[in-house]
Design a protein around this ligand. Sequence first.
Ligand SMILES: NC(=O)c1ccc[n+]([C@@H]2O[C@H](COP(=O)([O-])OP(=O)(O)OC[C@H]3O[C@@H](n4cnc5c(N)ncnc54)[C@H](OP(=O)(O)O)[C@@H]3O)[C@@H](O)[C@H]2O)c1
Length: 298
Amino acid sequence: MRIFITGGTGLIGRRLCKALLAEGHELTVLSRNPASVPVKCGTGVHALASLAEWHPALSFDAVINLAGEPIVDKRWSAQRKQVLWDSRVTLTEELVRRIAAAEHRPSVLLSGSAVGYYGNRGDLMLDETADTGEGFAARLCKAWEDAARVAESAGVRVCLLRTAPVLSNDGGLLGKMLPAFRLGLGARLGDGKQWMSWVHIEDYAAMVLRLLHDGQTSGPYNMAAPNPVTNAEFTAALAAALHRPAFFVAPAPLLRLAMGERASLLLEGQRGLPGKMEAMRQRFAFPNLADALRDLIR
Ligand SMILES: NC(=O)c1ccc[n+]([C@@H]2O[C@H](COP(=O)([O-])OP(=O)(O)OC[C@H]3O[C@@H](n4cnc5c(N)ncnc54)[C@H](OP(=O)(O)O)[C@@H]3O)[C@@H](O)[C@H]2O)c1
């Protein structure tokens, strides 16, 4: 297949490129730094510097849409929120216009979202039938999904990747947490009762391939391992995997003061379950957190 990927140079995108190249597909990646594409995504991977370069005669069989400015790295000022919105929602709107205008339309669009779609829902178990929640992250995910779904009216199968924090040894959440935890400075966040879905990057890539190839799939998918944990459990599991203590607590008021509104990403959570994947009998190589961490921290 000829596959177009936005966000292909990112943490998830790089792993997906590897998996897709191994299956023999021809890849084109959107990147603001096209020269970096062969280095990050593999030699032979083509690059587009902007969506304007996707002219109607360029044909792709599938599109994977993962582009988005990092959500946790900077304070959510009004300006930053606009950047987060534009890099997901506005970009997806433009992408769907290109898909509809293509002479050969792709048959499938796999488009990004996050378990943050559900907002802060306490202990509630959330499969894909749960409603969207409140707050900026939930609104962003909802609008991102709505923009992708417009491609359905152009006859394209659309799958929405409600992604849980992806665990990888190449950056992402673990990349941020490991330095402090290695020093024995790991800390529970607030009361630690907030739920946290998570997924090993290998299982994530396998789920994406399944959705790409299975023409019966469409709509939202919780891209999460089947055993979410609380923040206190995650903290203890990561410390145990590193054979370090984690006695500390990062108090909620301090996090709110330091991070502003985006502290909600740390202090609130979702108990998201991969209901549709489990119904499809998708096999998880790492269903439990301790095994996933042991694999990644070797
Ligand atoms: N990783 C997770 O745990 C997780 C969890 C939930 C949801 N997600 C979502 O899944 C997507 C991929 O995650 P990731 O961890 O792989 O992200 P990442 O490593 O931060 O990579 C983001 C990608 O988006 C592209 N990008 C960023 N800003 C852009 C902009 N303004 N215009 C066009 N492209 C832009 C970057 O490409 P260039 O720099 O090459 O242009 C980069 O390849 C993100 O949208 C993220 O919100 C991730």
